[in-house]
Design a protein around this ligand. Structure first.
Ligand SMILES: [Fe+2]
Length: 354
């Protein structure tokens, strides 16, 4: 939905569906050559970063367990797990948003796991209360604003976006997007459904244009003057600030990052996360890889690859995140975002946020 497929995905599909960590790729096919005694773990992941592959290689060096990755969009991976059922070779699902992890759990695609290492590394707010999924990285839904046209003092809370001050100045993506749905779920939890709906109606009335595009497009439209403010995830700003092309980097310099609700409940935080699949053939190996990914070394690399915050406390942040500084985050347990998902969708519908 939000992460465009990797251009390398086509080539990966030629390898019988699985991508081996590159150094291990020779001679492998999922049907044919698997040595029964070989230790493996099969990961369905929405992520497609070279640094992830390097991390998986490191895990293989340490554990002797080979990591094989299918990478596709989160929705494709969930559909695939449903289709494959008990026959699925997948051991782990890595995807984004607590709302979506909750969906995977609800559809019976995950199983609970627990370990001391996981519970120590992942704060309770960032994992399923019964261990069906654990957060790996955190991202914050912030206000991206045009530095030359917006006084950030006028915009301290998400709630302020409902004010007349922002008439014709807000750009937004579709309410079908899981980030918006989870954010709305957090507003329902904080304000109650009626106030949350009134907020959505007022924000819709303040739109500069109909919802369209992804988070990057919202930032670009703020920079281009189509709107002045947008709700986006932090890492999209980080990506533009570190883009290969000068145009993107310059554009991002003109856009400020504002963490809302710092004087009250805190900014809305979500996670990318991982869960053991319901029928994992290599459950013990899966648990070992999960524990590795919440370790200090992996946490730093995993989060840095996408300008996200490590879920593990005390791990160093990537440079743009350090510049934005510390912030207060909404302590709402993320499992609530999934539970309030349907209500959030109905509110968006009634408010006319397409
Ligand atoms: Fe995203």
């Amino acid at each position: 939905m939000n992460h465009s497929p990797s251009p390398r995905l086509g080539a990966r599909r030629l390898l019988g569906g699985f991508l081996m960590v590159p150094a291990l790729v020779l001679g492998f096919s999922i049907q044919g050559c698997q040595d029964e005694s070989e230790a493996v773990v099969n990961v369905y992941s929405h992520r497609h970063y070279d640094t992830d592959e390097a991390l998986f290689q490191r895990f293989t060096e340490l554990s002797g367990i080979r990591v094989r990755v299918v990478s596709a969009s989160a929705d494709e991976l969930i559909a695939r797990l449903e289709r494959e059922g008990q026959a699925s070779p997948a051991d782990l699902l890595i995807t984004v948003d607590a709302g979506r992890l909750h969906r995977a759990r609800e559809r019976g695609l995950l199983q609970p796991v627990a370990s001391e290492l996981l519970e120590e590394a992942v704060p309770a707010d960032y994992r399923d209360p019964e261990g069906f999924w654990y957060g790996l990285t955190r991202r914050v839904r912030i206000v991206a604003y045009a530095r030359d046209r917006v006084d950030p003092d006028l915009l301290q809370r998400y709630e302020d976006l409902a004010d007349d001050e922002w008439a014709g100045r807000i750009v937004a993506r579709s309410s079908e997007n899981i980030y918006n749905i989870s954010h709305m779920a957090s507003l329902v939890a904080a304000l109650g459904p009626e106030e949350a709906e009134a907020w959505a109606e007022a924000v819709v009335a303040n739109f500069a244009r109909a919802p369209q595009g992804n988070d990057t497009d919202q930032i670009r439209d703020v920079a281009a003057g189509i709107g002045d403010v947008a709700l986006v995830n932090t890492y999209y700003v980080g990506r533009l600030l570190n883009a290969d092309d000068t145009e993107s980097r310059e554009l991002a310099q003109g856009v400020g990052v504002l963490f809302p609700n710092q004087e009250d409940r805190g900014a809305h935080v979500n996670v990318s996360g991982i869960g053991v699949t319901a029928h994992a053939p290599n459950r013990a190996n899966a648990l070992q890889l999960m524990e590795f990914l919440v370790g200090e070394e992996a946490q730093r690399a995993f989060a840095e690859a996408n300008f996200e915050y490590p879920v593990r406390p005390g791990v160093q942040w990537a440079p743009p995140l350090q510049d934005w500084g510390d912030f207060r985050s909404d302590p709402l347990p993320l499992s609530r975002l999934g539970e309030l998902n349907n209500e959030a969708v109905r509110i968006f519908d009634r408010a006319g946020w397409r």
